[in-house]
Write a protein that binds this ligand. Structure first.
Ligand code: WTA
Length: 634
């Protein structure tokens, strides 16, 4: 195929890939393959899907007759967990390391593909013995320990879906997710280690189970070993169950329809309660497998570390599923990056010979502030590629990551994507010339644009809505039990285009620069929270009548939450009350959701229809012009 790449030099601050990376990249060229992937996406995805195992071939790659409810690999039967484990166990990879893990206190464990497969089969049988069947939803609330991976894969193996709740969430966040999923089984732990302290997961789970009594069985991993409450007939120790004869290591994967439910992951939206984003076995498998292989250029000898938490989409896709689908060796770490000292990460990169590091801008900024001496004390020469995700990376942090960590040898894959997209959407490849702060170009088969209110593309350099113009295999299928919300949220504004909720610019080279959320979602240290959740947590406190939350720029966290509270009649504002409210939000949602500060006000600016004008609160807090306030209530 002829190349139509213009040799016009790129504009701006450009970093070209080092020749040794470029010459060995899994994908040697972008433009031609990208064009071909758009000309015939079905052929492109069918070829990728054929690299994995199917129990029964698909009849149709994409069915769009009921758009926006798309179906991929229609009629195909497979199982993602089978492709993660059993497929490799049949080959030499049986004895390859699948997972290396280090706990915060310094304890370590590792699993070959054979060992991981065995643990997963055993736990799958444990779940079966508790009555878990195909189609059930198991809630998982664990620290970053191997059991997290094992539990997720065990669910997938028997055709149950998992709903993982991030271990940093707290009582109400856990309770409402259990309730929405109507889970009967919860997997948790006695606790987890963070900054040398125990996170009391079981205690939080007990409170959540008291609020949502759907849970009949709770399986508890012994992690910290401290004394905890165990309710007879409901709570069981993981290791006790795994020692029983029912925990046999033989449990073949259940053949699943490509469109069968794989997991629900709750994420924050514009309004109301978190929504359960639905992903399925087939398309998600093909997409996460391909994106990781191409973008992080996986080789057999790599030691890949995605430093996210399995409780968020980054962990689902790029700690659990994609690395195992690729037969890679992953590393996983339980605790805080700066515990006990700010060299913890750099020490582990040296110790384990990590070659790929994938993390978030907030972590980079956090470690940058301790200075260069900490990383410089360690041999980081095993690193080959770096990655970032979660929010726009500021060029200063990008350059520090590039020069001090990557020693100017390691390209940075700035991957833009969402819980809903399942995998990377806008991302460089190792061969892509990079511009710090830009996620560069769309992945194969992905068509994106930046448009105005009417859905028309805006000129290069202008800000607009970031949209996705055609379906892709790992797209969310719906919002669990709420298809209307799926349609309204993502497909109502521009009809046939998926609305991301982000604003962006496209430069004259076609590079995308994501600016940030345009809705009421706040990215705090890369974690996604909704103003509505924080507000309802505040209002659940007896002193508060009404509340509003906004995000304001923060040097380390990217955004920080600021809250406004109107108190009930007779309640006096005080610093103590503000502190109590902050802790209340921490107790209900989780420490990440604690507002930076709480301002007591007499009233909130509202539209005539009664909606809180957060935009106005934000403009006022930043001392910016108030903009159009014609809808403001008198
Ligand atoms: C933001 C995380 C800029 C964006 C995988 C998106 C980013 C939201 C990037 C989704 C990036 C993610 N550059 N912004 N590389 N990656 N975002 O669902 O606002 O937790 O809409 O998924 O994170 O957050 P979520």
């Amino acid at each position: 195929m002829e190349r139509t790449v213009t040799s016009k030099p790129l504009t701006g601050d450009v970093f070209y890939p080092p020749p040794e990376i470029e010459s060995q990249a899994n994908v040697p060229e972008y433009e031609t393959l990208y064009r071909r992937s758009l000309e015939d996406p079905q052929v492109f995805w069918a070829e990728r899907a054929a690299e994995l195992e199917w129990f029964q071939p698909w009849e149709e790659v994409l069915d769009d007759t009921e758009a926006p409810f798309f179906r991929w690999f229609v009629g195909g039967k497979t199982n993602i967990a089978y492709n993660c484990l059993e497929r490799h166990v049949k080959t030499w990879r049986r004895n390859k390391l699948a997972l290396i893990w280090e706990g915060e206190p310094g304890d370590t464990r590792s699993f070959s593909y054979h060992a991981l497969d065995r643990e997963v089969a055993k736990f799958a049988n444990v779940l079966k013995s508790m009555g878990v069947k195909k189609g059930d939803i198991v809630s998982i609330y664990l620290p970053r320990i191997p059991e997290q991976v094992i539990a997720m894969l065990a669910c997938a193996r028997i055709g149950a879906a998992h709903s993982v709740v991030y271990g940093g969430f707290s009582v109400e966040a856990l309770a409402e997710r259990i309730e929405d999923a109507q889970s009967r089984v919860l997997v948790t732990a006695d606790g987890g280690w963070l900054r040398g302290k125990i996170v009391e997961l079981k205690q939080i789970a007990d409170e959540a189970m008291a609020r949502q009594p759907t849970i009949e069985s709770c399986i508890v991993v012994r992690r910290t070993g401290q004394e905890i409450y165990m309710e007879a007939g409901r709570d069981y120790w993981w290791d006790d169950l795994m020692g029983l004869p029912i925990a046999s290591p033989v449990c073949p994967s259940e053949p699943m329809d490509a469109e069968d439910l794989l997991f629900i992951l709750y994420t924050s939206g514009t309004t109301g309660r978190p929504k359960g984003v639905v992903h399925t076995h087939g398309g998600y498998m093909v997409y996460t497998y391909t994106t990781l292989k191409y973008v992080f250029d996986l080789k057999e000898e790599d030691r890949y570390w995605c430093a996210a938490d399995p409780g968020w989409i980054t962990g689902h896709s790029y700690i659990v599923y994609a690395p195992l689908l690729n037969g890679a060796t992953s590393f996983m770490y339980e605790g805080a990056p700066n515990y006990p000292y700010p060299n913890r990460w750099w020490r582990m990169i040296e110790k384990y010979g990590i070659s790929i590091l994938y993390t978030a801008p907030t972590a980079i900024r956090g470690l940058m502030r301790f200075g260069d001496a900490w990383p410089n004390r360690h041999d980081l020469s095993s690193l080959r590629l770096l990655g970032t995700v979660g929010e726009p990376i500021n060029p200063e942090a990008w350059k520090w990551y590039y020069s001090v960590i990557g020693k100017e040898r390691c390209p940075i894959m700035d991957t833009w994507w969402q819980t809903e997209t399942g995998g990377f959407m806008i991302t460089p490849l190792p061969i892509t010339p990079l511009k710090p702060g830009s996620a560069t170009r769309p992945f194969f088969g992905v068509e994106v644009d930046v448009v105005d209110d009417q859905g028309k593309p805006v000129p290069a350099g202008d800000e607009g809505y970031l949209v996705i113009k055609r379906p892709w295999p790992a797209m969310l299928r719906t919002i669990y039990r709420d298809p209307e919300r799926y349609k309204n949220q993502y497909w109502s504004k521009f009809g046939h285009m998926y609305q991301t909720g982000d604003s962006a610019r496209k430069d004259e080279d076609g590079y995308i620069w994501v600016i940030g959320r345009m809705d009421d979602v706040i990215k705090v240290s890369g974690y996604r929270l909704g103003t509505a959740e924080i507000e309802s947590a505040l209002v659940s406190h007896p002193a508060v009548a009404e509340a509003a939350a906004i995000g304001l720029p923060h040097e380390l966290k990217g955004n920080a939450i600021h809250a406004y509270a109107v108190l009930r009649a007779g309640v006096e504002p005080s610093d103590r009350l503000a502190e109590e409210l902050r802790n209340h939000v921490g107790h209900e949602i989780g420490p990440i959701a604690k507002p930076e500060n709480i301002t007591f006000v007499d009233g909130l600016p509202k539209t005539r229809s009664g909606k809180i004008m957060r935009r106005l609160l934000k403009a006022r807090a930043l001392g910016q012009p108030e903009g159009d306030i014609s809808t403001l209530e008198e």
